[in-house]
Design a binder for this molecule. Sequence first.
Ligand SMILES: Nc1ncnc2c1ncn2[C@@H]1O[C@H](COP(=O)(O)OP(=O)(O)O)[C@@H](O)[C@H]1O
Ligand SMILES: [Mg+2]
Length: 159
Amino acid sequence: MDETIETYEEAETRAAGVRLALSLPEYALVAFSGELGSGKTAFIRGMCEAFSCPEQVSSPTFTLINEYSGTRTVLHCDLYRLSGTEDMHAIGLSDVFAREAVILIEWAERALPLLPFPRYEVAAWHGEEDAQRRYRIRYVKDPHDSILFEPVEPFARPL
Ligand SMILES: Nc1ncnc2c1ncn2[C@@H]1O[C@H](COP(=O)(O)OP(=O)(O)O)[C@@H](O)[C@H]1O
Ligand SMILES: [Mg+2]
């Protein structure tokens, strides 16, 4: 799978999330990359809708990992505030990967060396118009196929 879609409102992005969710194997991992506001959480909201998760879905920026349960168990991680493998171990990312659950990771590029294969990747961009977004969705079996962005260190400052 390697497809690019364009959406023009949030509902369309959620619908794209529903479609991807319904095509996933049981314990899929989906790694999301894309700047703030590009609609990663909106996309994930659609996926959780497809799995009938009743919980409110929001970026787990402070909790780091949210767990929802519907027709599947869904783990939703946001690595925005983290950098480096020490942080990733500290939040128990390897335990997350070992779970029998659908795993959805925002800012996944921050954990790039630790992300298991195979996985799905979703790269998200803002389009030219205000509510335009673009998503490339790819099934990735090895590092050469990855479409995740280069990690940007969140708290860098000039020397
Ligand atoms: N086509 C679109 N798809 C998704 N979100 C959109 C779209 N157009 C506008 N938006 C708005 O952009 C924001 C996306 O936020 P969010 O999903 O939290 O992004 P991220 O998780 O990538 O930071 C929301 O406020 C949403 O209403
Ligand atoms: Mg988000």
